[in-house]
Write a protein that binds this ligand. Structure first.
Ligand SMILES: C[S@@+](CC[C@H](N)C(=O)[O-])C[C@H]1O[C@@H](n2cnc3c(N)ncnc32)[C@H](O)[C@@H]1O
Length: 229
């Protein structure tokens, strides 16, 4: 292993200099919107044990699959547009698993229609977060995650905010939090700093000053528990 091995985070500010760790790849760095593997490593260390079943309903380039396998967890990765053979084609609004059957769910959903993931008509990343429909569709995903999780188990949702010249600021993270709060008990909210953000250039800093907006420097990692009283 290289010296960029992950360390167990103990604060609510997670500041990872790179997407990956170790010598083996986790997901694909070239995938637009890839999740930092450190984030998933940290969550699996804290909330799962060997043999647990981990599910990612929108697993993109497969980062969750790779980290989970390395840690000897069982794992199922779904995506509407599978990027590799070990990813099962499925719409996250209807997950083909039984109620109360999963130990941990990780999801890094689209934040709006800012990244093109696929041409699939059911890709939620085609809907702008300027429309309420975007949040209605993600609420269906939240309900499915709640259904498949075993009681007392935990899920984590990575999400970022949005700014557009026309619509201004949209607090996507807070909106997703308020949806999740309807079903789950909050465990914590983490700020994951974005070292490799593409907007971290002099050009974008100049634009941010000129048009009076802030460059997005972090994402929310919302951690929630399915509590059955
Ligand atoms: C931010 S990416 C996930 C990145 C992934 N965690 C990784 O590390 O590569 C969001 C993913 O959501 C998928 N997606 C969008 N709509 C979906 C839907 N209705 N059901 C399942 N997956 C969907 C996209 O195809 C995309 O791969």
């Amino acid at each position: 292993m290289k010296n960029n091995r992950p360390k167990l985070e103990t604060t609510t500010l997670w500041d990872f200099p790179t997407q990956n760790y170790g010598d083996r790849p986790h997901g694909d760095n070239k995938f637009n919107g890839v999740t930092p593997a450190f984030v998933i490593w940290n969550l699996l260390q804290r909330y799962t044990k060997e043999g647990d079943l981990v599910v990612d309903p929108m697993c993109g380039s497969g980062t969750t699959i790779d980290v989970a396998k390395e840690l000897n967890r069982r794992v199922i990765g779904y995506d509407i547009a599978p990027y590799r053979d070990d990813i099962i084609q499925n719409d996250a609004r209807k997950i083909p698993l039984k109620d109360n059957s999963v130990d941990f769910v990780f999801i890094d959903s689209p934040y709006s229609n800012n990244i093109k993931y696929s041409d699939h008509p059911m890709d939620i990343g085609k809907i702008s977060c300027e429309k309420e429909e975007f949040f209605d569709e993600l609420e269906k995903v939240a309900k499915e995650i709640y259904r498949i999780l075993k009681p007392q188990k935990v899920m984590a949702w990575l999400i970022g905010d949005h700014w557009r010249k026309k619509s201004g600021f949209i607090p996507v993270g807070f909106k997703i939090y308020s949806i999740l709060e309807k079903y789950f008990k909050p465990v914590d909210v983490i700020a994951v700093s974005r070292h490799n953000q593409t907007s971290n250039t002099p050009f974008w800093h100049e634009r941010a000053k000129r048009y009076n907006f802030y460059l997005r420097g972090f994402k929310y990692l919302i951690i929630m528990q399915k509590v059955i009283k």
